[in-house]
Design a binder for this molecule. Structure first.
Ligand code: PEP
Ligand code: MN
Length: 337
């Protein structure tokens, strides 16, 4: 529930109001200031809040408990675009972020070979899965702890920011030097994980769930923001439809829709969206034109030998080419980071 306060409300009135909420309802409530609006966010836990009573305070403008406002992720709370710092790079307005790397970190030789080339091509963010959420328990599950160690070695040696997927909160400590934590499609509604990630200030890439609506996706981001972490990048990675020729269906329309509703940056992942490497370039270009803030692309030094997702991975030369195409497209409006 959101209690929108009048602009001339005094701090002591807010404090008294919060104390009253705690005393009367044992409510978990906090003040959020966005766009010069002062809003009290109340996390409802079976509370029978007397809305009429809250409305009767002079300094309360109005109350929204309809869910329509979507919350802190929405432009209602913050009209200007959110910019997110990753190392010395800023994701958001004015920049186009390219994240690339293998589906899985497989070996020292593999990750170094890829990292060097993507950096040379002008890409500053390396992705690589260490803990892999695989459909079959018999498929390669990732190098796990060793995968994270390799990413951190590469980060130091080559000077790239690194992105990796957290599949379970029990591994969170291993991610302290990872620059961006990815929440994968399968964990988009792991609410305990989202709540916990709201308590850190690390940038989070939140992928859209395989069968989730945009509203559900934004509400998952709301779990992170409402915990105090505003650094969320949304990633559209294709949704499941009746179309069998692609792995998923890339919902390009999510880009303008998210941009309209939310101030958070949105990137797209054409690799997982299609499962086909030859579709990665056209859809990356479509993402630029549709107004996305970036792309995440799977790249491998030897796709035919990849331990996961080789069919959708570009080889190093193909990635070079794609970077040239993206650079040409974004040249007039944005800067590649
Ligand atoms: C990935 O990026 O490696 C991945 C598993 O993606 P998704 O969660 O979108 O399937
Ligand atoms: Mn993959």
């Amino acid at each position: 529930m959101f209690v929108i306060l009048k602009s001339d409300v005094e701090n002591r009135e807010i404090e008294k109001f919060l104390t009253g909420l705690k005393k009367t309802y044992n409510a978990d409530a906090r003040l959020v200031v966005k766009n010069d609006k002062k809003i009290i966010v109340i996390f409802e836990n079976n509370l029978k809040i007397d809305v009429g009573l809250l409305k009767s305070f002079d300094f309360v403008d109005y109350i929204d408990d309809s869910g329509e406002l979507m919350g802190l992720v929405s432009r209602f709370f913050k009209s200007d675009d959110t910019m997110i710092s990753i190392g010395n790079k800023i994701v958001g307005e004015g920049n186009f972020c390219v994240i690339s790397g293998p589906c899985s970190v497989e070996s020292e030789q593999q990750i170094y070979a890829i990292a060097k080339r993507i950096k040379m091509a002008g890409c500053g963010l390396l992705r690589g899965g260490a803990f892999k959420p695989r459909t079959s328990p018999y498929s390669f599950q990732g190098l796990r702890r060793r995968g994270i160690e390799l990413l951190l070695e590469v980060k130091r040696a080559i000077g790239l920011c690194v992105v990796s997927e957290l599949t379970d909160l029990k591994y969170l400590d291993l991610f302290s030097d990872i620059d961006v934590i990815q929440v994968g499609a399968r964990n988009m509604q792991n609410f305990e994980m989202l709540r916990q990630l709201g308590r850190c200030d690390k940038p989070i890439i939140l992928k859209r769930g395989i069968s989730n609506t945009i509203r559900e996706w934004l509400l998952s981001a709301e779990y992170i923001l409402s915990g105090g972490n505003d650094n969320v990048i949304l990633c559209e990675r294709g949704i499941r439809t009746y179309e069998p020729l692609t792995r998923n269906t890339l919902d390009i329309s999510a880009i303008p829709m998210v941009k309209k509703i939310s101030h958070l940056p949105i990137i797209i992942d054409p690799s997982h969206a299609t499962g086909r490497k030859w579709m990665v370039a056209p859809l990356s270009k479509a993402a630029v034109v549709a107004g996305a803030d970036g792309v995440m692309i799977e790249v491998h030094n030897s796709p035919s030998r990849a331990l996961s997702d080789g069919k959708q991975s570009l080889d190093l030369d193909e990635f070079d080419n794609l970077m040239k195409n993206i650079k040409a497209l974004v040249k007039f409006s944005k800067k590649i980071i």
